[in-house]
Design a protein. Structure first.
Length: 119
């Protein structure tokens, strides 16, 4: 089995984190999203990651079932999967960026809720 590792990182200033855009659901949640369609991510807090999809205005908000320590303060995470999709059964691992880069907590994802973000 081949495992693929991916690093998705967005470091947001604290002022941006304090202004998390309101997300209005725009469809039913899905269990998985295609990895190759993910353009970028935005870590909103220790439980919330927005996934922006390539070539479309579609955004999926993932609210983790439990808070993931240091996710918001580090703003960087990775995941490993042997599939071409990222799913609600997968884990994200926080990357600690202060000093030498090292792994932090690993936390489970929730479902991917399509949303429209307020501006």
């Amino acid at each position: 089995m081949i495992r693929r590792s991916w690093l998705l990182a967005v470091a947001l200033p604290a002022a941006v984190l304090a202004k998390m855009p309101v997300a209005t659901p725009s469809g039913a949640p899905v269990n998985c999203v295609p990895i190759r369609s993910i353009d970028r991510t935005a870590v909103r807090d220790d439980r919330t990651i927005d996934f922006f999809m390539r070539g479309t205005p579609r955004v999926y908000r993932n609210v983790l079932p439990q808070a993931c320590p240091e996710l918001a303060s580090e703003g960087a995470f990775s995941y490993e999967t042997s599939l071409s999709v990222l799913c609600d059964v997968d884990l994200v691992t926080v990357f600690r960026q202060a000093g030498p880069i090292r792994r932090g907590a690993s936390c489970g994802l929730g479902s991917f809720q399509p949303v429209v973000l307020s501006k």
